[in-house]
Design a protein around this ligand. Structure first.
Ligand code: SF4
Ligand code: SF4
Length: 424
């Protein structure tokens, strides 16, 4: 697509500002009614979905040029998608998140790349990861585990750890816990080891679409060669990339499962038993890419029509991603099945969840913005009286851990799969 394809959205935006808030019927208090981390930090309309549609229109019409201020407003957004959910609750004919993604990609194509991103992109292109680590060390977490190496062997299921779980010393135990569970369930699976590559999803949300395409081609080719039919990952960013982005941009039809879906099913089937008590009070943070952006891709090749020259209609009906079918129940079912665990909800949950602050390249480009966004989530988590915040994404967990190091909270930051391992 091109930015021009979103001209109609930019024109239709009524500047209602609903995209700055969580859906009004989900609001439980004034304090936690806000939904957009970008406008919260930027304090100016252009740091919102509606504001970026105005910017896009102005750029398309040649009324503005890309100044440092425009770059800042375009890139200081976590691409969390809350605005998209809120907008679609009052509108059916708008795609603000897709429009912002296109605006960002357009700027990148024109050479507007934040300087902080350059070394990360170099690492992605040469070492196939975004953490600036040597490619040869990617499979180190799995040494001694005796797993099938699918760069040499065959299996229908590949376990994809992802960059963060592969290289982040504080989180690598989650990849090990995941394979322990998969082994216990008797699944025939393997890993790609040092031949595993970044999914490219973060590059895509940062506007670097060609980089995601290169990574996707690498991964899809390797999986095909190994006979892979299902990908299992504990990383929500990878999950979104494989499930939504590969399907929509690469035509991939491969099955994609997050570890929470596998564990939930194993518990339901009685193939996994959680017997040890974990005496903690926890709350759950829905990762954007597992929750509201975790809905499956639905291909659509219809046309837009106008009824009586005014009301917009689509033939056939256009898929409407409003977050309703994200992965919400599986993690909650798991937490409720852990003996001794007390589970409490925050106010902003599921499709209305406040972002952790790490997405869209903000962790790399705007670390202060990323941390202040995490602080606000940790404040909300603390208000529940929980001892720990649990999530299912290493990028959320890393950002919460970093915010805590700066004194944001005393909450323990836990991965849901690590918690399951404690209860085995
Ligand atoms: S993007 Fe949607 S919710 Fe935001 S101002 Fe425009 S119409 Fe309203
Ligand atoms: S994607 Fe998230 S941070 Fe960006 S404008 Fe939408 S709600 Fe705000």
């Amino acid at each position: 697509m091109a930015l021009e394809d979103f001209r109609a959205d930019a024109m239709r935006c009524t500047r209602c500002a609903y995209c700055k808030w969580i859906p009004f019927d989900h609001v439980k208090s004034w304090k936690y009614a806000k939904g957009c981390p970008s406008i919260e930090a930027g304090k100016f309309h252009s740091y919102s979905a509606g504001g970026r549609l105005v910017t896009a229109l102005s750029l398309m019409d040649g009324r503005s040029t890309v100044t440092p201020a425009v770059e800042d407003s375009v890139f200081k957004c976590t691409m969390c998608g809350l605005c998209d959910v809120s907008c679609k609750l009052c509108r059916y004919d708008m795609e603000p998140l897709a429009a912002m993604s296109e605006l960002r990609a357009t700027l990148v194509e024109d050479g507007h790349v934040p300087a902080q991103v350059e070394p990360i992109l170099k690492s992605l292109r040469t070492e196939f990861n975004m953490l600036q680590k040597p490619r040869a060390e990617r499979g180190n977490w799995a040494k001694e585990l005796g797993l099938k190496d699918l760069s040499k062997e065959q299996a229908e299921v590949v376990f994809h750890a992802g960059c963060r779980y592969s290289f982040d010393g504080d989180l690598g135990h989650v990849a090990k816990a995941s394979v322990k569970i998969l082994k216990q369930a008797g699944l025939d699976f393997g890993i790609m080891g040092e031949n595993e590559s970044c999914c490219g999803g973060r590059a895509h949300t940062m506007g670097h679409r060609k980089d995601m395409h290169t990574r996707a081609t690498h991964n899809l080719t390797a999986w095909k060669k190994a006979g892979v039919k299902t990908i299992v990952t504990p990383c929500s960013d990878c999950y979104h990339a494989f499930k939504r982005l590969y399907a929509s941009t690469e035509g991939s039809e491969i099955q994609v499962l997050h570890m929470v879906e596998i564990v939930d099913q194993l518990l339901k089937d009685g193939k996994l038993k959680l017997t040890k008590a974990v005496n903690k009070k926890v709350t759950y943070h829905d990762p954007c890419h597992l929750g509201r952006q975790g809905e499956p891709f639905v291909a659509w090749n219809g046309v837009e029509k106008k009824i009586f020259g005014q009301a917009v209609a689509y033939e056939p009906a256009r898929p409407r991603y409003n977050g309703a079918f994200g992965i919400y129940e599986a993690p909650r079912n798991i937490l409720k099945a852990i003996p001794g665990l007390q589970f409490v909800e925050m106010e902003r949950i599921k499709e209305s969840a406040w972002c952790c602050g790490s997405g869209g390249g903000c962790k790399e480009t705007y670390p202060d913005f990323a941390l202040s966004t995490a602080n606000q989530r940790l404040d909300e988590a603390q208000s529940t009286g929980a001892d720990a915040i649990v999530s299912a994404c290493p990028w959320c967990e890393r950002n919460f851990l970093d915010a805590n190091q700066e004194g944001a909270s005393k909450l323990e930051v836990l991965d849901i799969i690590a918690l399951v391992e404690q209860a085995l």
